[in-house]
Design a protein around this ligand. Structure first.
Ligand code: GLN
Ligand code: ZN
Length: 761
């Protein structure tokens, strides 16, 4: 029989217990014993849930107080100098949280470690910091303690560690430059030590995550894999090397041949690699097939999946294991918690607990195909596939007809930028270095309370509208007083830039408890695209029109773009990302033209997540960029030349995508640049980016108020790279997380900076 195992389980708890405990601990409302107690309870519960679901080999080491990469940094003693306590031999929880969140008071000094996205997920890890004289020493007992803990509960466990190459790959060199791969020889003895200790605890298998095997790797990294695993081969444990988030492609031979006892591959993301793997796998190795999607919320099509599995079973027999595609960290915890979803929709979904059950059903379908519960599960899966295939809620002819009718001209503005900009300048009549903001103003407690009261029915629709109108009036008055040129309404009515729109589109569903960890105690609850998408009615026109009525200045309309909507939602699997992007594009396009018809002269379409959508492999980039750019253009091109389209992207790396950014053809793009000292503009300069640019002149992540001189100096630097007549003046991003006093001061200084530049001519 094929062994059912799991690569990792979400750690936050089905009611986000870990989030609550962490935040209480940070506030001082919970002591360390209380926090540790919650952690232990959650681990016990999660092992139990997986075991009940039939998982035979349970992951240990998937729990983390903040982030699993950070746990490894502690385990290896990769603790930057600024977090080392004088006299203390070992790091403790305080050290861990200081590294994650920056020092707060007593412990040790310094800013938090940098955080960045875990591959192409919305999970963020803490970037290890390596120095040229980096030493490694086993400094953290958590993994061994948790193995003991699980064994004491009677579980058969498989510890999970991040592999040495992936760990080094994820880190960053600090101080003197050197090749971090040189650290491998120093790091490997720690793995040997860890494996020996685990073996002494009676562990048989260890899972070594090496997801970088699905990336384009430089040759020296590939060679390092062989070196590393040859060395580790002598260690007593059986090793399962786990790869996920994509196909092995050119690393397939390498991965298959590594001296380890098993290999896990992701057949959800990369089903095409299956035959090649079978060919290349040495006959002593276990093959673990990742067949249940750990990254999405849909039930698995068991029949279809069983076709591959039966084939594999014939070839591999006992050497076959079954698992989710990747750790279930990226999936919500338990569907059973949802009691507001309608029965049909709910029957289509599976969260982590249900995914474990699916893995087990698949494994048992090989050995006990006649078992009543297996047959019932297969029956149910068939019914789900049939109902989804035929559902009118999913497949909507009117949406498909509209998609089919798209013409090439629909994603083309009427005239070229050079022609449009003249008309826009004449109509808008703005000064040089026009000032604006990115959209949101502080989401004050009063705003959040009003929205809550409205959702609970304590505030009527009219009362809520009036509360938001009053916020808009204040925002407009404030901006007029500050002397900003292009105003915004402030986005008070929006909980979140994606959810706000998703709630108003047909084809989106929402869960109550579908939380997924984003970083630390932060969780997100992505909306679910379940069917063809359309916009039943205007979404923002009333708010923006109201705002425009309060002022003679230009009011900018504010929308979220199709690619960002897509990246921050759970997607359908029955149609491509590209098709879903196009549906979103048409829906938002209608909003754009409605805003124009309502007299709005500037419309901003935010694409904060545009770059996030890039595939992990370079070979996939162009295809993605083509359709993503096209989706944006389709959204933006329904308007007249005189209507100015803005876009906003809050990140920094443009070098490798600048061509597509230019192809989006937004009249104005605002970007985050202040922390790079305008160096990011180099990409735009070298490409001779033709349209207008608003390089952010101050960092909105900090409450610090930037001085006028600082912003003048940044703008001067910008003007060395971009012709001054094409520059806008704005902050890096929206101001919703800021408070009003610092916002007002910072914007006053920003307006003064723009004036100074104008005066200097
Ligand atoms: N318009 C949004 C805001 O100002 C943009 C946010 C973002 O880019 N992340 O909040
Ligand atoms: Zn932004």
């Amino acid at each position: 029989m094929a062994l059912a195992h799991n690569l990792g389980f979400p750690r936050i708890g089905r009611d986000r217990e870990l989030k609550r405990a962490l935040e209480a601990f940070w506030k001082g409302d919970l002591d360390e014993a209380g926090l540790r107690g919650t952690g232990a309870r959650l681990r016990a519960e999660h092992w139990q849930l997986q075991k009940q679901a039939g998982i035979e080999l349970l992951p240990v080491g998937d729990f983390a107080w903040y982030d699993q990469v950070l746990t490894h940094s502690l385990m290896f003693g990769v603790i930057p100098e600024r977090f080392r306590k004088a006299g203390a031999a070992r790091p403790d929880l305080q050290t861990l949280f200081a590294m994650a969140r920056g020092a707060t008071g007593g412990c040790c000094g310094g800013h938090a470690q940098e955080m960045t996205k875990w591959f192409d997920t919305n999970y963020h890890y803490l970037v290890p910091e390596f120095t040229v004289d980096q030493q490694f020493s086993l400094s953290w007992e958590q993994l061994f303690e948790e193995v003991d803990e699980a064994q004491a509960l009677g579980h058969r466990v498989k510890p999970v560690v991040i592999g040495p190459l992936t760990y080094l790959w994820l880190g960053k060199v600090k101080g003197e430059e050197f090749d971090k791969l040189e650290l491998l020889e120093r790091l490997l003895p720690l793995y040997a030590e860890i494996f020996q200790r685990l073996a002494a605890q009676g562990v048989e298998w260890v899972q070594i995550d090496e997801p970088i095997l699905v990336l384009d790797l430089p040759q020296d990294w590939k060679s390092a894999f062989e070196r590393a695993y040859n060395l580790l081969q002598q260690e007593p444990l059986k090793k399962l090397i786990a790869t996920y988030f994509g196909g092995l492609e050119d690393n397939l031979g390498l991965a298959a041949g590594l001296p380890a006892d098993g290999l896990h591959i992701d057949l959800v993301r990369a089903p095409e690699q299956y035959p090649a793997i079978l060919d290349r796998l040495p006959s002593y190795k276990i093959l673990s097939l990742g067949l249940v999607n750990g990254r999405n919320v849909w039930r698995c099509d068991l029949d279809k999946t069983l076709e591959v599995l039966r084939h594999a079973h014939e070839r591999l027999g006992e050497r076959l294991w079954v698992a989710p595609s990747c750790s279930l960290l990226h999936s919500p915890v338990d569907l059973e918690r949802e009691d507001q979803l309608d029965a049909e929709l709910k029957s289509w979904l599976a969260f982590a607990v249900q995914k474990c059950e699916e893995v087990t059903t698949l494994a048992r379908a090989l050995s006990e195909p006649q078992a009543a519960d297996v047959r019932a599960a297969l029956e149910q899966s068939r019914a789900v596939q049939a109902s989804r295939g035929a559902s009118r809620r999913i497949h909507r002819p009117e949406v498909q007809a509209r998609l089919a009718a798209i013409q090439p001209g629909d994603s083309q503005r009427q005239s070229a930028f050079a022609e449009r900009i003249g008309q826009q300048r004449a109509r808008l009549n703005l000064p040089a270095f026009p000032t604006t903001t990115i959209g949101s103003f502080p989401q004050t407690p009063a705003i959040r309370l009003a929205r809550q009261a409205f959702k609970q029915g304590k505030l009527s629709g009219a009362e809520y509208t009036e509360a938001m109108h009053s916020e808009i009036r204040n925002a407009v008055k404030m901006q007029e007083q500050l002397g900003l040129d292009v105003l915004v309404h402030g986005e008070a009515e929006r909980n979140d830039m994606v959810e706000y729109f998703a709630e108003q589109l047909d084809g989106y569903a929402f869960t109550q408890f579908g939380w997924v960890q984003s970083y630390g105690s932060r969780c997100v609850k992505p909306a679910i695209i379940f069917g063809d998408l359309s916009r039943p009615q205007a979404m923002t026109v009333d708010w923006i029109s109201y705002a425009q009525q309060q002022t003679d200045k230009v009011m900018k309309g504010m929308l979220t773009g199709p690619v960002t909507m897509l990246m921050w939602s759970f997607l359908r699997e029955d149609i491509s990302r590209e098709q879903q992007a196009r549906q979103l594009a048409l829906a938002i396009r209608d909003e754009v033209t409605d805003l124009e018809a309502a007299g709005i002269r500037i419309i901003q379409i935010d694409e904060a997540a545009f770059r996030e959508g890039l595939p992990l492999r370079r070979s996939g980039w162009q295809g993605y960029l083509d359709w993503a750019t096209e989706a944006f253009r389709l959204t933006a091109s329904g308007v007249r030349d005189e209507t100015q389209i803005h876009t906003h992207m809050c990140y920094s790396e443009f070098n490798d995508v600048i061509k597509s950014i230019a192809a989006m053809d937004a009249d104005v793009i605002t970007i985050e640049t202040s922390r790079s000292d305008m160096e990011l503009l180099e990409a735009f300069e070298q490409f001779a980016y033709p349209n207008e640019i608003g390089p952010g002149v101050y960092d909105i992540h900090s409450p610090r108020v930037p001085s006028t001189e600082q912003m003048v100096s940044l703008l001067r630097k910008a003007a060395q790279r971009i012709p001054a007549q094409r520059l806008w003046v704005n902050p890096d991003c929206g101001l919703k997380t800021r408070a009003w006093p610092e916002t007002r001061e910072a914007l006053a200084n920003m307006v003064a900076a723009a004036r100074e530049l104008r005066a200097a001519g």
